[in-house]
Ligand binder design. Structure first.
Ligand code: NAD
Length: 351
């Protein structure tokens, strides 16, 4: 194994994030080190299972852990209560106890659903996250937000449940289709804009040379934000930069626009809104960086259509909306405003 780096998180539960090549083959030893002898239930999708399921199961077996595996069809369409209920039944049939654990192997979909299942099965069992997409590595595997989608909307049923361990094998990114890898870069660029100008500069001209260092930096930034506001009552909302408009675009497209592509469009719109408010104009560097990654930054929806969906945001208070807007590169602020002002800004930046 090449050099493995470790980021330690202090939250309601302390845990380590290990990042480097070859960690899939160390899964058994690492899970055993952190959780002792347990029966892991591995939750993964069919694509990831075909690529990496066997290696993880072999590693767990070699460490003396008698794992069972539940595989579901890949994609956001599976992140629902039906699939989760089947997984909960599966764990019950395999007689898992509170001393056992869920291992979420894959992107944000297995990650979010595995985390939620771990939060509720027997009122809470440990969860190990093994992210295999860039988005999951830098974002969804860290911080303890878990959820499934319900017919009323995305991520509307969930829980805060911190993992016990995150194992990020950077080699798994090699098999990602280019569009899914690009989705993750939207989140990487986001961290740069909201929190770290040096990171923004380092990733502004692809290709990124040192992915391990970039993932590490993103995870450290998320660790610090989550450490200050684990339950999303204040500063954690900074991580929503580009997401308020992005989620609206995702939803209006019927989820045919991917999360990362929608966030890229949302970040450009947020930069324009910040400029329209006189905070400073960071539109050009954000737009140029996203274009270099090949994002389509067009927005086919009217301000009224976007606004209508934005009003459903679960984090919104009545009559107000909070936008995350850049004040300078590497620093964003939270701007709480009447919903009417948000509509004005959407209209002013519709070009
Ligand atoms: N909990 C959080 O804090 C948080 C943060 C951001 C996003 N999310 C959630 O994450 C989800 C999106 O994550 P995602 O884009 O990783 O989705 P995903 O899990 O569906 O993965 C995307 C696709 O990549 C495939 N894949 C995964 N790893 C692969 C690999 N190494 N090689 C080849 N193919 C691979 C999957 O099979 C899938 O088809 C959304 O549901 C979103 O709501 C959660």
């Amino acid at each position: 194994m090449e050099h493995i780096c470790k980021v330690s998180v202090k939250a309601s539960k302390d845990y380590d994030i290990l990042i480097g090549e070859g960690l899939l083959d160390a899964a058994g030893e690492q899970v055993r080190r952190v959780l002792g002898t347990c029966r892991p239930a591995v939750l993964t999708d069919d694509t990831v299972d075909a690529l990496y399921g066997g290696r993880v199961l072999r590693s767990l077996a070699a460490a003396g852990l008698d794992a069972c595996k539940f595989v579901f069809p890949h994609g956001e369409g599976s992140k629902n209560l039906g699939v989760m209920a089947s997984f909960l039944d599966f764990m019950a049939e395999h007689r898992l106890t509170r001393g056992d654990a869920v291992i979420a192997l894959g992107g944000g979909v297995p990650g979010d659903m595995g985390g939620f299942a771990a939060a509720v099965f027997l009122r809470g069992v440990p969860c190990v996250q093994i992210p295999t997409t860039l988005l999951a590595a830098v974002d969804s595997s860290v911080g303890g937000k878990t959820a499934v989608d319900i017919p009323a909307g995305k991520n509307l049923a969930g829980a805060f449940h911190q993992p016990s361990l995150v194992l990020c094998d950077t080699k798994t990114l090699d098999t990602l289709p280019p569009d899914i890898l690009r989705d993750g870069f939207a989140e990487v660029v986001k961290y740069g804009v909201i929190l770290d100008e040096d990171l923004f500069s380092a990733v502004s001209v692809p290709p990124v040379q040192d992915m391990q260092a970039v993932i590490r930096r993103c995870v450290e930034l998320k660790r610090d934000v989550v450490g200050a506001d684990e339950f999303d009552r204040g500063t954690r909302q900074l991580l929503n930069f580009g997401h308020t408009v992005g989620h609206a675009i995702e939803q209006l497209s019927g989820f045919t626009v991917s999360h990362g592509s929608a966030v890229a469009k949302g970040m450009l719109r947020a930069a324009r809104m910040g400029a329209a408010m006189g905070l400073g104009d960071f539109t050009a560097p954000i737009r140029d960086t996203l274009l270099r990654y090949g994002f389509d930054l067009s927005c086919p929806y009217t301000p009224e259509e976007l606004f209508d969906v934005m009003l459903n945001d679960k984090k919104r208070l009545p009559d107000t909306i909070t936008l995350v807007l850049p004040e300078r590169m590497g620093h964003c602020g939270l701007y709480k405003m009447p919903v009417s002002r948000a509509l004005e800004l959407l209209k002013a930046t519709a070009s």
